[in-house]
Design a protein around this ligand. Structure first.
Ligand SMILES: Cc1cc2nc3c(=O)[nH]c(=O)nc-3n(C[C@H](O)[C@H](O)[C@H](O)COP(=O)(O)OP(=O)(O)OC[C@H]3O[C@@H](n4cnc5c(N)ncnc54)[C@H](O)[C@@H]3O)c2cc1C
Length: 425
């Protein structure tokens, strides 16, 4: 470390982990440089609502500079990190080589296709704002094409939407899509019948929402079926083509839209940069969140593989936030020449919304379903969304949808490429 200067902490990724790390270092005697390839932070828990034409992309994103300008020791630089030289302690972006004394890596995760043939090419992942907008465009385009399609078989294929993965994102998106279709789209496309349209939720295991208590796992599929979603359990997809999803039992679902929410993995760069990774691409870290060979390098959030009580921690925002804060506190300790302390995750509960007046929530050991769970879900998400304007606009959109069963965001914008095949992840 340079004795004349405050140590420099470079944080890569302004996601939940990186942003909270920068905030936690606000009063530490360090200079912080936060890097991200985008100039905004994305609130992923509401990403599916962008794809379901419920929210505008800018309502769930927030400029990183607006956050960082309130932190006197921090700067932001929009740049994509291409390489890291851990021996020389530098990160390399396309334009610059940036030295660091401490490094926090929080670059998140990517869709995991488990080697299913055709998945990477033809399925729509839901991991970035661009992907959510592309999916929204695609769904609306399917309806525009279907209403002009004279052939019943082709029309049915255009109007079949298969969602892969019965975790919270898959269940939430299935509910939101069913409501979009049965409400606003059926009114817009009056000559298409509701029976022409299918939302199919495919889950390989024998229940949805595997990480939730049993009562909530039973409630979720029952509620989705009531909303018209075709929920299929023990349905393992083994091939995706531009025109179908094929199941292991031989069933073929004719569809041009397969939405992949079935799995995530650590980003591929981590292993390319020489970091030790678990089977799912997450980086293996010490209990203190430091990497094994580089005590000045911390890995947090979705990218970090951490076990607690014999189980891997889930890839969710509260884990990333708590790890961001913990890594910052450990760096502050190292600066004061104190040893870093092990990280421990405090689980405050979990929740998912199924649709209007319906959610599942597990808080402080209590399971809630229905309207109360839905109100809790709304409150927690509005509270955690960054920015007063975003909260206000999201609330207005939700209220509009709730009272008028209307989605305000049904535009296929000309500058957003109309997708008939999915973007590569
Ligand atoms: C659709 C969806 C719904 C979800 N719903 C929930 C939910 O309801 N509740 C919940 O708790 N969790 C949810 N999650 C999971 C949660 O969003 C993640 O666990 C959390 O975002 C992880 O935080 P992170 O800081 O590790 O990474 P991220 O928040 O993903 O941030 C990573 C950042 O790194 C940047 N980056 C990546 N590579 C580079 C690079 N090479 N150079 C520079 N910058 C880079 C990215 O632009 C991004 O800003 C959801 C995720 C998705 C995708």
């Amino acid at each position: 470390m340079n004795p004349d200067h405050r140590p420099r902490v470079v944080i890569v990724g302004a996601g939940f982990g990186g942003l909270w790390a920068a905030r936690a270092l606000a009063h530490a005697p360090v200079e912080v440089l936060l890097l991200d390839r985008n100039n905004y932070h994305t609130f992923f828990p509401l990403l599916y609502q962008v794809a379901a034409a419920e929210l505008e992309p800018e309502e769930i994103a927030y400029p990183v500079r607006s956050i960082v300008r309130n932190l006197s020791n921090a700067r932001f630089c929009m740049a994509e990190v291409k390489e890291i030289d851990f021996a020389a302690r530098v990160v390399k972006t396309t334009e610059r080589v940036i030295p660091y004394d401490f490094l926090i890596l929080g670059i998140g995760s990517t869709a995991h296709f488990f080697g299913v043939p055709g998945a990477a090419e033809y399925a729509f992942p839901l991991k970035t704002l661009e992907q959510a907008v592309a999916l929204r465009n695609h769904i609306l385009c399917c309806f525009e094409r279907a209403i002009q399609e004279p052939n019943a078989e082709r029309r049915q294929r255009l109007l079949t939407f298969a969602i892969l993965g019965g975790g919270p994102t898959g269940a939430e998106f299935a509910g939101a899509l069913a409501e979009l279709i049965r409400g606003p789209l059926m009114r817009d496309y009056r000559t298409l019948g509701v029976r022409d349209v299918r939302v199919v939720l495919l889950e390989a295991a024998d229940s949805l929402l595997a990480s939730f208590p049993e009562r909530l796992r039973v409630y979720a599929p029952a509620r989705l079926r009531k909303m018209g979603v075709d929920v299929r359990l023990q349905a393992m997809v083994n091939q995706i083509t531009p025109e179908s999803a094929q199941l292991k039992d031989g069933t073929i679902i004719p569809t041009g839209t397969v939405i992949w929410t079935a799995g995530v993995r650590g980003v591929l760069q981590a292993s390319a940069w020489g970091l030790p990774t678990a089977r799912n691409g997450q980086v293996l870290v010490e209990p203190t969140l430091q990497t094994r060979d580089h005590p000045e390098v911390y890995v947090i959030g979705d990218l970090a593989y951490v076990e607690q009580d014999g189980q891997p921690l889930p890839m969710i925002a509260p884990v990333a936030i708590q790890q961001g804060v913990a890594s910052a506190q450990n760096i502050a300790r190292q600066v004061k020449e104190q040893p870093p302390v092990p990280f421990r995750y405090h689980d405050r509960g979990t929740m998912a919304t199924i649709g209007r007046n319906a959610a599942v929530t597990y808080l402080a050991g209590h399971a809630f379903t229905g309207f109360l769970a839905w109100l809790l879900w709304l409150g927690v998400h509005i509270f955690n969304l960054i920015g007063f304007r975003n909260r206000l606009f999201v609330l207005i959109n939700w209220a509009w949808d709730y009272f008028f069963s209307e989605r305000a965001v049904r535009l296929i914008l000309p500058n957003e490429t109309v997708q008939t095949s999915p973007p590569q992840s």
